[in-house]
Design a protein around this ligand. Sequence first.
Ligand code: GTR
Length: 411
Amino acid sequence: MSIDSQITSAGDLPPVSELPVQKELPDPFVTLDGRKITTPEEWNEIRRPELLELFSHYMYGYSPEEVEVKFTEDAPPTEVLNGKAILKQIAISFPQLKSENAPQIHLALFLPNQPDHKSPVFLAVNKCGNHTVIPDEAILTFPTTNLHSYCDNPEKGDRGAQLDYWCLEYLIDRGYGFATCHVNNIDPDTNDFTDGVHPHFKDIKGPVESHWGTIAAWAWGLHRCVDYLLTDEQVNPECIAVTGHSRRGKTALWAAATDERIALCIPHQSGTGGMALSRNNDQETVKRINDVFPHWFNDTFTQFNDNEAQIPFDQHLLVALVAPRPLMETSGLKDVWANYDSSIKGIREADQVYKFLGAEGIKGDGIINGGPVTAENVGNLAQYRLDTKHVLELDYWKGILDFADLQFKTK
Ligand code: GTR
């Protein structure tokens, strides 16, 4: 059966009260109006665009579509890590914004010091500033409003405070670059849209209650960083990976789902609104996340508080939007937020889309319990578990880079 390519537009989508009640996870291969998807072409032309629309409209929010970007050096390239790496610092600005306080994204790009080589790069937003990655005076700091209270603590927000978190030297030693910008350059993490990018971009699709929340803004900021990375001749354009921890893991997942230039996704302990399903989530419910962080998603999403069965998707379909590109969720067995049990259910549901699109998807039960990630124990969709709390540390990076090595080996 062939189905006409018909992309749902925001105006066609029903109000939440008219959405069907679905206690089970929505079927990846059935559209909102009940049509069955039978070929990869129909997936790409009908279901994928529909899902992007549904997630935007009812959850993360629509972001600005057309945006011009300009790249200037914040500082000339310089060697760091005793000459092992090169640091480039780039300001990403938006020429159409005329106001004096127009936002700029300050990207720090660390690359293996190999001038004629194109490196794979991990991209992530950071919580407290680029200078927390390594203790090097060359890394610029920028004034901000609404700095997260955690970052005000000198132990958390100082130069190099996140040395054992990003493990930059380990990435460089394994041949990877790392690109990062501070979330505050895009939108400070408060329930206040008068700062950050939100007030500057007026031309947004859909009703105002469906406009972008903070997570969508951070993901949009990552896309602007990808715009730059694709122009840098020391970056392998086919090997741009995104990652992020917790709320920034939700961000990495939404960024990868909405931008096919991103080749690989590692949502780390991303939890509700990330890899964990909204339905039957016994750790963090939709109501709890919307009550505590009203700015993360759009206002429409609050209508699903205590009403998850009316969400016309669940997070397994966000993973499906990343398919057939590789994704490995990394999770901690002692993490009480991120609900790895819920995520693996979603991963197994999404696997059918990977396989439908001709990708390997999960191998075995999809779970890797620590240790090396090899061609024997992983396909291109997996969950990697370590016995940790809500942290990012070297053992995660070992698994992450093993996975990336396997996925990128032909690129
Ligand atoms: C928690 C939030 C989680 C997670 C976490 C974090 O308070 O409820 O969804 O995102 O913060 O970002 O560390």
